[in-house]
Design a protein around this ligand. Structure first.
Ligand SMILES: *Cc1c(COP(=O)(O)O)cnc(C)c1O
Length: 354
């Protein structure tokens, strides 16, 4: 015990490990996973490909095949670099390890993706959160003032934002980029569902991050970071040599070879999202916020109570009851048609709308 207290950093001992809600036996609509398993025919071809993977050998340290196909998918210009991560979470960690030094600051709007703050804390970086406006758009004057004051090494902007779901105004993001003293990381985790991508802002001090997690491959853990080689070469030095394993590389290459099938799954999720939004809008007492992701944020009269009722009825969503910006809010991942119908029915009961 005393050894732990002596050797483990005090700040770390005070933190709790990142908790993932237990979803055993529940309909899982809390983590923005795709509701669809891969189609049967696709699975057979995929397994055949995995069969050829030589697990006795180390993976390709650079993921060259996956990178080449991703460059094509994203039409990435030749002069921009690309590195792969074990999910985009790992890429956030790499970026922050690279800039970490005493008195360095990381800045992001809040509420946003929690990993920006958590990884900063783990590394001893100071995290500054700048509240969004009531409509969940960027508070540009507050952001510019905070950037001038704190001179952040990195500004993270999720487009669209998690947990609110909205896309930020492009002109606002452009002003943040113009004023940023250091890096700006545009996190496009929900790019398959978003109509306002910012990938073309890439270059200079702007990096763009994407992931396969939200489009049916959360279990693979594959994230990608794009930007100028001068930056990415530095991050690459901190990347563990075989951070993306052989099975993930083979599976991702396969998915990229069969992209039409994934495009179809994405289309289905977008359609289910529109149907879910329509159903939610019919419910009395529910405010439905605009979304460009595969989830919908709603505000209800009593969020914590409704969250507990949903869970007791077998449906797990995310409780976002966090005043001042998201009091009584729930984040609902878009599920299959049947899951969405179940969700709506239980919501109706819980709200007394039946
Ligand atoms: C889900 C999510 C991620 C995490 O992606 P992984 O690739 O699964 O690590 C990153 N950013 C945002 C905004 C997310 O919502």
């Amino acid at each position: 015990m005393t050894d732990v207290n002596h050797w483990i950093r005090a700040e770390l001992r005070e933190l709790q490990a990142y908790a993932v809600a237990d979803a055993t036996g529940l309909t899982k609509l809390d983590a923005m996973e795709s509701p669809y398993p891969w189609p049967e025919a696709l699975r057979a071809a995929w397994l055949a490909q995995l069969n050829a993977v030589e697990l006795n050998r180390y993976p390709d340290p650079h993921g060259a095949v996956v990178k080449t196909r991703l460059r094509q998918l994203f039409s990435l210009p030749d002069h921009q670099a690309l590195i792969l991560g074990n999910g985009s979470d790992e890429l956030i960690q790499l970026i922050l390890m690279a800039v970490n030094a005493p008195s360095r600051t990381v800045l992001a709007p809040v509420p946003s993706f929690v990993m920006y703050r958590l990884v900063s804390q783990w590394l001893g970086l100071r995290f500054v959160g700048v509240p969004l406006q009531a409509d969940f758009q960027l508070d540009l004057s507050a952001l510019l003032a905070a950037m001038a004051e704190h001179q952040p090494a990195v500004v993270f902007i999720a487009q669209p934002n998690n947990p609110t779901g909205n896309a930020f105004a492009r002109a606002d993001v452009a002003q943040v980029i113009a004023a940023a003293p250091g890096l700006v990381v545009l996190d496009e985790a929900y790019f398959p569902f978003c109509d306002e991508p910012l990938l073309d802002l890439l270059g200079g001090n702007v990096l763009v991050m994407r992931t396969f997690s939200k489009l049916g491959m959360a279990g693979l853990r594959l994230g990608m970071l794009m930007g100028a080689p001068v930056w990415l070469n530095e991050f690459d030095k901190l990347r563990l040599p075989y951070n993306v394993n052989s099975l993930t590389q083979a599976s991702a290459a396969f998915a990229l070879d069969h992209w039409d099938d994934f495009a179809e799954l994405i289309r289905q999720i977008r359609q289910s999202r529109d149907e879910l939004i329509h159903e939610l809008q019919q419910l009395r007492g529910v405010t439905v916020f605009a979304t460009q992701a595969n989830f919908v944020l709603i505000r209800v009269p009593d969020g914590p109570q409704l969250f507990a009722f949903l869970k007791q009825q077998g449906v797990l969503v995310k409780n976002l009851h966090q005043p001042p910006l998201t009091p009584n809010c729930l984040r609902l991942t878009v599920g299959s048609a049947a899951e969405n119908q179940l969700l709506i029915n239980v919501l109706k009961n819980g709200l007394g709308n039946a």
